[in-house]
Design a protein around this ligand. Structure first.
Ligand SMILES: Nc1nc2c(c(=O)[nH]1)N[C@H]1C(S)=C(S)[C@@H](COP(=O)(O)O)O[C@H]1N2
Ligand SMILES: [Mo]
Length: 224
């Protein structure tokens, strides 16, 4: 994704200062504690602090996608590529899942109740081909982030349209965002538009700006 992908008409301006200071954090290794931590010992990953509110982080644009214009496409190395409109998305099996979120900027928030389509149900629908090993999420704001098919296949991963029983707000990525609870929140693409299955890795927005390719908070995979 290049900056040319940001179409005019989006609300707001790209936050150049925020983006360059986050790139600097990666260079400096900010927030790294060097502690090893285990899930059994502590629910809070190393270097994180618990918050009760829910901060908003984006590149400075929050696309406004009306439900009757919303579309999610899934393609690449799949047996059954799909183009889902809002009703087709809601016709897929719906599930609830409660999980914690961990942002690389060092806040964590416990017990978020998400509602939407489990990744496992999406995988049953699109049938990844044997060569598919990697996934990239592409969003309406031009953002992209990469995961492996194995990461996406975890039981707690979903395409969420609701949080705490209410529609996900635009600032938090509504109509639909990805939720990848086992990784830093930058892997959880907001305003998701396209999911591509690939046979090679395709690092996304932050991954090419000094952030870790996997982003496991228990390993403090902040930068890489
Ligand atoms: N489309 C899109 N998804 C995104 C981002 C973004 O800028 N655009 N930011 C990522 C980052 S860096 C974080 S920390 C989380 C923030 O999610 P929140 O605003 O709901 O807390 O969204 C992630 N997903
Ligand atoms: Mo982030």
């Amino acid at each position: 994704m290049s900056d040319d992908d940001y179409k005019p008409g989006l609300i707001g301006q790209i936050k150049d200062k925020l983006i360059s200071s986050k790139q600097q954090w990666a260079k400096d290794g900010r927030l790294l504690t060097g502690e090893a931590s285990s899930r059994e010992r502590n629910r809070l990953p190393p270097g994180q602090r618990l918050v009760r509110d829910w901060p908003v982080l984006d590149l400075g644009v929050q696309p406004n996608i009306l439900l009757d214009r919303w579309q999610l496409t899934v393609g690449g190395l799949v047996g059954n590529p799909v183009k889902l409109d809002w009703n087709a998305f809601l016709d897929l099996p719906q599930s609830d899942s409660i999980s914690d979120i961990h942002c690389v900027t060092a806040w964590s928030r416990y017990d978020n109740r998400w509602t939407g389509v489990l990744a496992s149900d999406l995988l049953k629908l699109v049938k990844p081909k044997a060569e598919a090993r990697h996934i990239v999420f592409q969003s309406y704001d031009g953002y992209a982030t990469n995961v492996t098919l194995q990461m996406f296949s975890a039981a707690d991963v979903l395409l969420a349209h609701s949080w705490d029983g209410k529609p996900l707000t635009r600032e938090h990525g509504g109509p639909v965002r990805i939720i990848m609870p086992q990784y830093y929140l930058w892997k959880s693409a907001k305003w998701v538009k396209h999911i591509a299955f690939l046979d090679r890795d395709a690092p996304g927005y932050w991954e090419v700006r000094g952030y870790h390719n996997t982003g496991d908070p228990w390993k403090e995979d902040r930068y890489g």
